[in-house]
Design a binder for this molecule. Sequence first.
Ligand SMILES: Cc1ncc(COP(=O)(O)O)c(C=O)c1O
Length: 506
Amino acid sequence: MRLIVPLQGVVQGKGGLLLGTLIPCALFYFLQLYLKRHRSSPKNLPSRSSSSANLSELPRSSSRANLLSRGSTGRAQLSSRATSISKPSDSPYYIGLDRAREDPYDEIENPNGIIQLGLSENRLSLDLIEEWFSKVFTYSSVGIKCGPMISTYQPMDGMPSFKKVMADFMTQVMGRGEVSFHPSRLIITSGATAAVEILSFVLADPGNAFLVPAPYYPGFDRDVRWRAGVELIPVHCRSCDGFTLNIMALEQAYNQAKKRGQKVRGILISNPSNPLGNLLNRELLNDLLYFARERNIHVISDELFAGSVFGDEEFVSMAEVVLRSGDAADKERVHIVYGLSKDVSIPGFRVGVIHSFNENVLAASQKLARFSSVSSQTQRVLTSMLSDERFTRDYLKINRERILSMHNVFVAALRGLGLECLKSRGGLYCWVDMSKLISPYSEKGELDLWIKLLNTAKINVTPGSACHCIEPGWFRFCFTALKESDIPVVVERLQRVVETCEPSCV
Ligand SMILES: Cc1ncc(COP(=O)(O)O)c(C=O)c1O
């Protein structure tokens, strides 16, 4: 048999196909090897290692030639995820914060500056924090003189001594004598922001989603999406229900996502709610847990304002609800976010917490905490502060009284202008109905009013659309960064805007 092979005529017979293929391949391979060995090396160019060590030796023309030969002609590129993040923000929430930061109101130094009511910061009790520092703080409490114990690497997810006082503090704030938090269940992070981000990364894959009752805290959009790539599906709450979450609406949002092929991995709530200031009661929390159990999804409960509750209603933690349910699988699905930014008024210290009963969530979060750890000096100071039982007890009590008093004065002042607020029981803000002042009744009308408030009244507030509120005309006013003496200035400035509206408006 004669086979037609590349070396036709040389190889024939049964093994012809095999040999006829192998021989040319081998010849080609040896030819390549020979050419490679004998190719002259570019003597005038430094080797890769020497060029990187001594870039100035590389002739400019050859460096350009090299770049061009690799086809790089434009600007150095970012990843596609960073490219979208690097663009200027178009959210009025962040634009307003920046404007107020650039031109901040000060009674004496800058009386025409912007009054910041867009940032949930509590300055009402900073004197108590300052007093603690001046009386109790010593350098040895930071551990500066303690040598290696403090200046060497410490566990990235929090020092054991700090976890212990943090767990006790959470028990004091959120436990109501019903539930206690254990240090072994805590991961310390740099702020609640990092806690939300880590949980998003751990509980969901990119493109998965969390259901979130809306209006919601505008920062969630960044914290959940940017790095973890998780989507947020707003579940709209309405003024006719006092903006209370409706389980039917939750179900509808879940089913619609499923129809779109989107996987819902959890529900993200803030309780007390930011921006509403209302509390999710025990019944609603039970319903939420039942909903999550039925669909085998997670619940992230952000309870950052738990110690800033001031009304007649008691705060109930999701941790308490899940412990009472007695269901082991439920315990695995509930994760609490807490921190010291709001209740202890120290957002600059960047302390947040994840509390979880789920060992796998703890194990993954512990590792991820390396990207957002809190310095050991900060932990040492705060260990000292939080273990001062008398201080924490008095601080929490006085702080609540001051928030309540400021809330009452502020809400009454707004009422004097014809503006009503949703009844709030916690948090550092109120949710104000300004729908009568907007024209047209739409998101555009709302943003026009926000711009007027910012430019004419020089007051920065958060428009409801930045919180994904479905009804136009609602605004979040944070009142705890104000002094009581600032309130008449706010009222006088708001009055100017109210007067520019149609007389029938108010
Ligand atoms: C509900 C909620 N979660 C998280 C954060 C972020 O807190 P932190 O400053 O501790 O990162 C905030 C801040 O306003 C918040 O309101």
